[in-house]
Design a protein around this ligand. Structure first.
Ligand code: MG
Length: 272
């Protein structure tokens, strides 16, 4: 897919993020918008998957550890063909398959992990990647993390384990937007020097501009760099990317847009 087409998919993802959250009246707008470009590249370029056969044994596994940005996952799945786009408007409704955090028991195809408890996804990804090694299969694991989430101790146990088991079939992606639920990461709990930390735990570290589709694609295509070594991609992103007046404002972590402002937000998406 061309970069231009990937950019178009990102815009469709962002539009659905806004529409679904506005319809729900609650949800995590900032992080969902910020990850739209990374998700477009993953779902439309990188992942080996079959939306018409979501249980295909050889599919790559994408684990969304930060379950609260479910709207970006749901939009990406629908636009890939896992389920009809209109279902996105049932986000957070009673009985919907699209709950506020993804749940395996809700029956939505393409969801690999029930997520929401931060810090757990990397351990699950390590288990999946380890099983792929044991089964001698060649699918990859992609694990999506927030930067605030890296303050969880369980992340670092999992990181140590991934290196120990030489999981070069695992790629962790950090949404490095420098903000978390109620402030800047450096003020809540500093996570730098992040690259040094991952290297010390035995990982290869790559960086990319999380809004540059060509850069995201080439970075992900380059992993793994070193046989036997897991890779982390630190993707520099802006929370709320695409809607200028909410970008980088942590107050938009979990804030929905008022329904009456939906069209002006979407207009801002396309016209700045
Ligand atoms: Mg963050």
């Amino acid at each position: 897919m061309s970069v231009r087409d990937l950019e178009k998919q990102s815009m469709r993802i962002r539009e659905w993020v806004l529409r679904s959250i506005a319809e729900a009246g609650s949800g995590h707008t900032g992080g969902s918008l910020g990850l739209a470009d990374v998700f477009a590249v993953l779902y439309f370029q990188i992942l080996r998957h079959r939306p018409e056969d979501p249980s295909w044994a050889h599919r790559d596994r994408l684990v969304l550890s930060i379950g609260h940005v479910a709207p970006v996952l749901y939009a990406s799945l629908a636009l890939s063909g896992y389920f009809p786009e209109e279902e996105l408007l049932t986000l957070r409704k009673l009985g919907s398959r699209l709950q506020g955090h993804p749940g395996r028991d809700h029956g939505l195809p393409g969801v690999e992990l029930s997520a929401g408890s931060l810090g757990q996804g990397l351990s699950v990804s390590v288990g999946m990647a380890l099983s792929a090694k044991h089964l001698n299969t060649d699918w990859r694991g992609y694990s999506i993390h927030g930067d605030g989430e890296l303050q969880e101790g369980a992340i670092w146990e999992a990181a140590m384990s991934a290196a120990h088991h030489k999981l070069d079939n695992l790629v962790a992606i950090v949404d490095r937007n420098h903000v978390q639920i109620d402030g800047y990461t450096k003020e809540v709990m500093e996570i730098e020097p992040l690259e040094d930390k991952f290297r010390a735990f035995g990982w290869e570290v790559l960086h990319c501009d999380g809004h540059d589709h060509a850069h995201i694609r080439s970075t992900l295509q380059n992993a793994p760099i070193t046989p036997g070594v897991p890779t982390v991609v630190i993707a520099k992103t802006n929370m709320g990317k695409g809607v200028p007046h909410i970008e980088n404002d942590y107050r938009w972590h979990g804030k929905p847009l008022p329904k009456k402002e939906l069209e002006s937000f979407i207009n801002a998406l396309y016209h700045g």
